[in-house]
Design a protein around this ligand. Sequence first.
Ligand code: PRP
Length: 209
Amino acid sequence: MINIALPKGRLGEKVYAMFEKAGFECPSILENNRKLIFENEEKGVRYFWVKPSDVSIYVERGAADIGVAGKDILLEYAPEIYELLDLNIGKCRMAVAAKSGFYDDNEKTLKVATKFVNIAKNFYASRCRDIDIIKLNGSIEIAPILGLSDVIVDIVETGTTLRENDLEVVETVVPISARLIANKASFKFKTAEIEKIVDSMKAQVKTDD
Ligand code: PRP
């Protein structure tokens, strides 16, 4: 049995659709209930829904053999896992954003509000820019509006949230997409089963036109 951690939510539904098309369906998962674990014994798969930011924890600790996590989470927490495949879905970017007309005064420490402390620190360290990190847990866009920070480092997908709050992208930090990941020991001991899934999933990955 291969244990698969899926990110709960819209991305997770797309991910499951890929597994289904790849031949690892589990019809009970589509039933409308609050169950979190689903199994198809015949196909040798057991799926469970977890909070998207927790997928890599389940996989790193071996509670899941494989899972799907955003590159943002992998960069932020650097879990000890194998990254097997870019699924090319859940695409967005990590970006620096600020109020329109923002000017970065290099003489001053830059106040950066973010949920992604490590990504932000690494990004500015690579530029030798002094920063003061303000860790927030959501609604990051409010920080520059209220003067809590100069800039934010956050996920931008459609850009709507920024636009509607009169903010704009200053620069892109890194492109993000969903990745198929594996527990290191599982990959060693269940190589054939996991590779079979990876190969079938590869065939489902849509490339950009
Ligand atoms: C993310 C991100 C932005 C928004 C960007 O928030 O933090 O707020 O999506 O999407 P857009 O460019 O399409 O507007 P999310 O909904 O994940 O919730 P959060 O506030 O907890 O970060």
